[in-house]
Ligand binder design. Structure first.
Ligand code: CP
Length: 320
C-alpha cells in the first residue's frame, strides 16, 4: 500500500505486518545504537494544521530513528494563515521533494483528498483528521494491548475492549473500533446518548450507556478525552455529572479483572474522564502507549517508504 488513511483500509494481514514490524523495531530501539540507516536520503514532512504533542513528536522521532530528513510544518505561522490552499501547500512540499507527508487536519477527509489529488507523488499518512480517523493511534493502542494482554505477537481474538466517553468527536474511537474488529476483538462503546455519532449502530461493536456493566469482563478499558473545544454545551451534562456516570475512578477500576489495563490516548482531562490516581496507577499504560507510538510509526514509515528495498528488506537486517 502507498498511503495510510484509514484503519478501515487495513486487512488483518496488513495490521499484523505493521504490528510485527513494530515489535521488531522496538527491540532494535532498545539497543545502545537506536538509529537505522533505512530511510537515509528520504524526506518526511509533518504537515500539522491542528495542535499535537504526542503524534507530531512521535512521527519526528520515528523518521529520525530511520535516518530520514524531517521537515516540520505547522499551519500556524505559515502562509496558510494568509489564505494559501491545501493544494498550493501540497505543491510546495512536492517541489521540495517530500517522500511522505504526515498530515493532521481539522477537516475530516483532508488526508484522503491529499492522497487522491495527484498534487504529491509521495505517501500520505493520516495523523488525525477532524472527527474521522487516527489510524496510527489505533495501531499503537493495538500494539500496547498485544504486549500487555497477548505476549507481544499474540492474538487479540476474543479480547474484550471497552471504549468510554466522547465517541461523537473521537477519531481515536472510530479507528480503534475498526482495527480491533479486524483483529477479532469484541468492542463495547460506553457513552451518553448525546455523545454517540449517528450511524454508530452500523459499527462493528456493541453500545452501552452503563459503564459499570462491561467493566468486570473487560481486558482493557480505554478512556476517551472529552473534547469540549468541538462541543455544543447543550450536548454535555455538568462535568461533575459526567465524571459520576462516565469517569473512571478507583472504585470503578477495582471492578476490572486483575489482568486488565487502563488506556487513554492523551491528552487527558485529569479529574473528568479519568481520575488522576487511576491515570498514574500501575494498571495505566498511558505513558507506555506514547513509547510504543514511536515503534509503530517507524514501522508505518518503513513499510511505506523502505519496505520494498530487496537488499534491506527486514528491519532486523539493517542494524546500525
Ligand atoms: N493522542 C494524540 O493524538 O495526541 P496529540 O493530539 O498530542 O498528538
Amino acid at each position: 500500500k502507498r498511503h495510510l488513511i484509514s484503519a478501515a483500509d487495513l486487512t488483518r494481514d496488513d495490521a499484523i505486518l505493521i504490528l510485527d514490524t513494530a515489535e521488531e523495531l522496538a527491540h532494535i530501539a532498545e539497543r545502545p545504537i537506536k538509529k537505522l540507516p533505512t530511510l537515509r536520503g528520504r524526506t518526511v514532512v509533518n504537515l500539522f494544521f491542528e495542535d499535537s504533542t504526542r503524534t507530531r513528536i512521535s512521527f519526528e522521532a520515528a523518521a529520525k530513528r530511520l535516518s530520514a530528513d524531517v521537515i516540520n510544518f505547522s499551519a500556524k505561522g505559515s502562509s496558510v494563515s494568509k489564505g494559501e490552499s491545501l493544494k498550493d501547500t501540497a505543491l510546495t512540499l512536492q517541489a521540495m521533494g517530500a517522500d511522505a507527508v504526515v498530515i493532521r487536519h481539522h477537516a475530516s477527509g483532508a488526508p484522503h483528498r491529499l492522497a487522491g489529488s495527484g498534487w504529491l507523488r509521495g505517501s500520505v499518512v493520516n495523523a488525525g483528521d477532524g472527527t474521522h480517523e487516527h489510524p496510527t493511534q489505533a495501531l499503537l493502542d493495538a500494539f500496547t494491548m498485544r504486549r500487555r494482554l497477548a505476549g507481544g505477537r499474540g492474538d487479540l481474538e476474543g479480547r474484550r475492549i471497552t471504549l468510554v466517553g466522547d465517541v461523537l468527536h473521537s477519531r481515536v474511537a472510530r479507528s480503534n473500533v475498526l482495527l480491533l474488529a479486524t483483529l477479532g476483538a469484541e468492542v463495547t462503546l460506553v457513552a451518553p446518548p448525546t455523545l454517540l455519532p449517528i450511524g454508530v449502530e452500523t459499527w462493528p461493536c456493541t453500545v452501552s450507556y452503563d459503564l459499570d456493566a462491561p467493566l468486570p469482563k473487560s481486558d482493557a478499558v480505554m478512556m476517551l478525552r472529552v473534547q469540549r473545544e468541538r462541543m455544543n454545551a447543550a450536548f454535555f451534562p455538568t462535568e461533575r455529572e459526567y465524571s459520576r456516570r462516565y469517569g473512571l475512578d478507583l472504585r470503578r477500576m477495582a471492578m476490572l479483572p486483575e489482568h486488565a489495563i487502563v488506556m487513554h490516548p492523551g491528552p487527558m482531562n485529569r479529574g473528568m474522564e479519568i481520575a488522576a490516581d487511576v491515570a498514574d496507577s500501575t494498571r495505566s499504560t498511558i505513558v507506555e502507549q506514547v513509547t510504543n507510538g514511536v515503534s509503530v510509526r517507524m514501522a508505518v514509515l518503513y513499510l511505506l517508504l523502505g519496505g520494498n528495498e530487496p537488499a534491506q528488506s527486514t528491519p532486523g537486517g539493517v542494524t546500525a
